[in-house]
Write a protein that binds this ligand. Sequence first.
Ligand code: PLP
Length: 410
Amino acid sequence: MTIQNSYRAQPSPDGHFGQFGGRYVAETLMPLILDLEREYRAAQADPAFQTELDWLLKHYVGRPSPLYYAERFTEAVRADAPEGMGAKVYLKRDELNHTGAHKINNCIGQILLAKRMGKTRIIAETGAGQHGVATATVAARFGLPCTIYMGARDTVRQQPNVFRMKLLGAEIVPVTAGAQTLKDAMNEALRDWVANVEDTFYIIGTAAGPHPYPELVRDFQSVIGREAREQIMEAEGRLPDLLVAAIGGGSNAIGLFHPFLDDADVRMVGIEAAGHGLDTVEHAASLAGGEPGVLHGNRTYLLQDEDGQITEGHSISAGLDYPGIGPEHSWLHETGRVQYESCTDREALDAFQFLCRTEGIIPALEPAHALSAVVRHARTMPRDQIIIANLCGRGDKDIFTVADALGVKI
Ligand SMILES: *Cc1c(COP(=O)(O)O)cnc(C)c1O
């Protein structure tokens, strides 16, 4: 047995990141998951798979995304920072991808696996609808029928995304069980998968789910960190001092962090949504305010009440209210390799407006959480230090929410 002394060597063969992850699924699902894992290993070893993935990322998604020095943002932070302080802030511009966020990186990878496995039908779960839209997009691109499970309450709250998915040809199934939100949609999608083993591929939207999903989603999203690494070497001739990303389930964050995990001098901070505050129940910070448990086929930190019932997360940003966090983050938290902090709705709103005005970029509310933390950290770091923040989504989808929060009638 080899000794694993790399943070990048996880998960173990049975899918564990330390005590987290694994595959807690019904027996009927086991053969499907083993089949997926086998096919994923074969794809990893197949240059033709990588060639097709790279081609689509370049010509369909629009990669590589730029790594942009946010000079006016940096200057504005410096103007308000102690003498000599104010790190240089770079933004990884994944909001420029087709469909406006990072989710498409993962969906393209998974639909190529589906095709490779001869599957002819795609299913997915969605909360706010963003993963549903990304999945419906790739299903249309590959000509496969697609069913999206969505909590019935969410279908009402997220009508523009429901319509987008329909335009893209997807069938939406409103789930009326439980609280009628994301957790219930995930359960329903798993049920569909068991019932339709032969022809169906389940595209999971974040770095969670039973093994090998957390690993393969991470790998598909790691294109973000691989590009950022090359780009910062080209721009600055050295690695950054700090990486910052927002965390819902953790896919954009692990995608940025993973290629740097073994670089001991690169600090990393993941930002959970503190909603109305960690001292209230209205937040979505699974690490800061949750306990380990099992959800969506893996063991990880979860928001739960005293009876172990999963509670619903709250954030002004619909993409951050996943009630858990990917198992690799739980492990990176416990090992101390990555720091996890949080940011409230209010702080995210301030950072949202700050980026709009300093850079002419309207960010999604999810990365606005990360930007708030960037300001906090940059103020305490000398000017020759470098921060890379993941700008994982654009804000067009959020302008009504922001207007509402600011008391503006559109
Ligand atoms: C879905 C989403 C997130 C949260 O998901 P992760 O898996 O944590 O990345 C963050 N930002 C945007 C723009 C999203 O669409």
